[in-house]
Design a protein around this ligand. Structure first.
Ligand SMILES: [Zn+2]
Ligand SMILES: [Zn+2]
Length: 370
C-alpha cells in the first residue's frame, strides 16, 4: 500500500506528523497531490478543542495541488497532471440544500465544510476530493500557487461578507476586525463600490494593511469610540452595512449599533457561548434591519470567478502570505500563526520544498483595483 505524510489531529493541542495510507478515489472522486496549503483561524479553534472534530483526522481545508488520480467518470472534463484548487467547502451540487442555493449547507447545517472537519483534509501530501466534478477548479497557467492559495477559504469568505451585505455603489461600510478574513471583506466592499470603507482593528499593522485592501478610514477600538465615529462619518445615521469578521459579542454588538435603520449586519465570525442583541441596539426589532450570516462559498465556479479576478489583476492576495514553512514543520508554523506573533497574517505550508521568497514587485501597490 502507498503511504503519505500527513498532519494528524490526535487530541487537544496535539498535532502529529504521521505516515498514513494514501487515499484511492472511487467513482466521482479525485485524489490531488498537494503543492501548497495554509492554516486558518478555524484550525486553531479545532486544535485548541473549541470546535470538536474526531481524533485521527487530517486537518486543513485550503488545498492547492495537481490532479494525481481520477476516479471513474471524470476523464471527459479533467486530466491527471492538471493544476487545481478546491474550495474549503465542497458541495455535492445535487442535494436539497444545493438545489435550493445553500451550497455551503450541503446535506445539512455546515455540511458543505468537509475537509478537516468530517473527512480528511489538506495538511498532507495527497487529498481525496469528494464530488470532484463540482469541486475541481483548474488553475489558469499564468497563476502561481501563492496567487491562488487564499481563494479556497479566506478570500471566498471575506468577499462573501460584502456580497451577502448587498453593498451598493456609494454605501458606507464598516468592517469589524482586519485579520485575513476582515481584510478580504474590506477588499469585497471596495469591489462592490462602497464609498466609505472603515477598517476597525486594535493592531496598527492590520490597520495599515486595511488601507492597502481598500479602507479609506481606519479606527482603533482601543482608543476610538467606534460606534460614535461611524455615526459621525455618516451624518448621524450609521453605516449602510457593517461586516463582523471576528466572532465576539463585543464586535457583534458594536456592528449592530453602528448600522442605520434599514441597514445590514453581515456576519462572518464564528461565535461560541451566547450571542446577545440588546433591544435598544436592535431598535426593539422594528427598524427594518437585516442580520445575515454566511459560510464560505465553495464549488468550482466560485473558485473560477475568484481566480479570474486574480488573473485580471483586479485583486492580489499575495501580501497576506507572510511566512513559509515545510509541512513537516507544522508545529513551528502553528506556533507562529496561533500566537499571532512576528507580524504573521497567513503562513504557506509546502509538502515538498519551500520555494524561495519572491519579493512583490511593488510592496505598496494597492491590492484592489476596483
Ligand atoms: Zn478556514
Ligand atoms: Zn449538496
Amino acid at each position: 500500500m502507498h503511504t503519505m505524510k500527513a498532519v494528524v489531529f490526535r487530541g487537544i493541542n496535539d498535532l502529529q506528523i504521521e505516515e498514513v495510507p494514501r487515499p484511492k478515489p472511487k467513482a466521482g472522486e479525485a485524489v490531488i497531490r498537494i503543492t501548497a496549503t495554509t492554516i486558518c483561524g478555524t484550525d486553531v479553534h479545532i486544535v485548541k478543542g473549541e470546535y470538536p472534530v474526531r481524533a485521527g483526522l487530517i486537518l486543513g481545508h485550503e488545498p492547492v495541488g495537481v490532479i494525481h488520480e481520477l476516479g471513474e467518470g471524470l476523464d471527459d472534463e479533467f486530466s491527471v497532471g492538471q493544476r487545481v484548487i478546491v474550495g474549503a467547502i465542497t458541495p455535492c451540487g445535487q442535494c436539497f440544500y444545493c438545489l435550493n442555493g445553500a451550497h455551503s449547507q450541503c446535506g445539512g447545517a455546515l455540511g458543505g465544510w468537509k475537509f478537516g472537519n468530517t473527512i480528511n483534509g489538506a495538511w498532507a501530501e495527497y487529498l481525496l476530493v469528494p464530488h470532484a466534478r463540482a469541486n475541481l477548479a483548474p488553475v489558469p497557467q499564468m497563476l502561481t500557487d501563492e496567487q491562488v492559495l487564499m481563494l479556497p477559504d479566506i478570500a471566498s469568505t471575506g468577499i462573501s461578507g460584502a456580497e451577502s451585505g448587498n453593498i451598493r455603489i456609494g454605501d458606507a461600510v464598516a468592517v469589524f476586525a482586519q485579520g485575513p478574513i476582515g481584510l478580504c471583506a474590506t477588499l469585497g466592499a471596495r469591489l462592490r463600490g462602497a464609498s466609505t470603507i472603515v477598517g476597525i482593528d486594535p493592531v496598527v499593522t492590520r490597520r495599515d494593511m486595511a488601507r492597502r485592501f481598500g479602507a479609506n478610514v481606519t479606527l482603533d477600538p482601543a482608543t476610538d469610540d467606534v460606534v460614535r465615529r461611524l455615526k459621525d462619518l455618516t451624518g448621524g445615521r450609521g453605516v449602510d452595512v457593517a461586516i463582523e469578521a471576528l466572532g465576539r459579542q463585543e464586535t457583534f454588538e458594536s456592528a449592530l449599533r453602528s448600522i442605520r435603520p434599514g441597514g445590514v449586519l453581515s456576519s462572518l465570525g464564528v461565535y461560541s457561548g451566547k450571542l446577545v442583541a440588546p433591544y435598544e441596539a436592535l431598535y426593539a426589532g422594528l427598524a427594518d434591519q437585516r442580520i445575515v450570516t454566511t459560510l464560505c462559498p465553495g464549488g468550482k465556479d466560485r473558485m473560477r470567478r475568484l481566480m479570474a479576478m486574480v488573473a485580471e489583476q483586479r485583486i492580489d492576495l499575495t501580501p497576506l502570505v507572510t511566512h513559509r514553512f515545510a509541512l513537516e514543520d507544522i508545529k513551528d508554523a502553528y506556533e507562529v500563526f496561533s500566537r499571532q506573533g512576528d507580524g504573521v497574517m497567513k503562513v504557506a505550508l509546502y509538502p515538498a520544498a519551500v520555494p524561495e521568497r519572491v519579493e512583490p514587485a511593488h510592496e505598496e501597490a494597492i491590492v484592489a483595483h476596483a
